[in-house]
Design a protein around this ligand. Structure first.
Ligand SMILES: NC(=O)c1ccc[n+]([C@@H]2O[C@H](COP(=O)([O-])OP(=O)(O)OC[C@H]3O[C@@H](n4cnc5c(N)ncnc54)[C@H](OP(=O)(O)O)[C@@H]3O)[C@@H](O)[C@H]2O)c1
Length: 279
């Protein structure tokens, strides 16, 4: 029984204090996930100039906001915008001790940048989540620096698991392509809904019906893929009978200038931009 409740509350024994720097969209999604997974608000310190009502309410359960005296944290999660980092990071230095793990989810801010901003020798994980994190269905890619211990890596995985699945890489240069595929990827999927809507209207459907069909089709197919044991290609083949309507469409989409080529170009452009932004 005890083992079962631990599975439901995997963060119940997480050592505090946990400092969250920046409680915007991502920071709040993570915070909600941590609480749902059993982390006590008493272990959480939020550093945020304008904390929302939900966070202010949590002070009744022991969460601290912008305390005057810094405490050595077991982990610090950095969730401010990348452009706020130079101004925001000095405030967390005082919370960093010898065994503190710093976990950054800032897009484009490299391990090198973080190492320069934090005390030397700090264990740092650079992570790249994506927006489905807001509903606990994100995918995050994480990269440790050389000071991260096996225990700290497990801690980072536990904290990130609150917003979805986690993959680890050992080569930081992959983070640009990761950003281009999963970081920016939700926008490509939303664009697909928009494009299917426009195509439906062009094929004669009323606008509202076209929008509903496109939205539900993409949402439902995503859910089917998520729940199915089959890969995407098999699911695609399952709805494609030879000589049928789907096959007629796929001939265009999979032909010259189709999905593959366009997406390869788009992902390459996003990868290049990510490299430029990281400097
Ligand atoms: N959203 C995504 O899809 C996504 C995906 C991957 C990675 N990320 C990364 O996640 C991070 C957060 O993104 P977000 O969308 O959650 O941004 P956001 O909603 O703007 O949240 C950032 C929060 O940090 C606060 N902040 C600003 N300066 C601060 C300071 N000096 N000290 C403490 N807090 C400060 C902001 O407060 P104010 O509003 O008062 O300025 C805001 O509440 C970014 O680095 C982004 O690159 C986001």
């Amino acid at each position: 029984m005890a083992a079962r409740s631990n599975i439901k509350r995997p963060l119940a024994k997480f050592p505090g204090p946990l400092v969250l720097l920046g409680a915007g969209k991502m920071g709040q999604a993570m915070l909600e996930g941590w609480l749902a997974r059993g982390l006590s608000p008493k272990k959480i310190i939020v550093l945020e100039p304008q904390p929302g009502k939900a966070i202010r309410t949590l002070t009744r359960r022991g969460l601290k906001i912008n305390p005057k005296t810094p405490t050595q944290a077991s982990a610090i999660v950095i969730a401010v915008k990348p452009q706020s980092a130079p101004e925001a990071l000095p405030a967390v230095r005082a919370h960093v001790g010898r065994t503190t793990l710093a976990l950054s989810i800032m897009a484009g801010r490299t391990l090198r940048f973080l190492q320069e901003a934090l005390p030397s020798g700090t264990a740092i994980v650079r992570a790249m989540p994506n927006t489905p994190a807001a509903i606990g269905r994100g995918i995050t890619v994480a990269m440790p620096n050389t000071y991260v211990s096996a225990r700290q890596r497990r801690q980072a995985s536990d904290l990130l698991a609150a917003i979805g699945n986690v993959e680890w890489v050992r080569d930081e240069s992959l983070m640009d392509a990761v950003t281009a595929v999963s970081g920016s990827g939700p926008a490509y999927v939303f664009l697909l809904v928009e494009a299917m809507t426009r195509a439906g209207i062009a094929a004669g459907l009323p606008a509202e019906l076209a929008a509903r069909l496109a939205r539900e089709t993409v949402g439902g197919s995503g859910e089917l893929l998520h729940r199915s044991a089959h890969d995407a290609a098999t699911l695609r083949q399952n709805v494609t009978s030879p000589g049928g309507t789907t096959a007629a469409a796929l001939e265009i989409l999979m032909g010259p200038g189709g999905f593959d080529e366009i997406l390869k170009e788009a992902v390459a452009a996003a990868t290049r931009r990510s490299r430029e932004l990281a400097g």
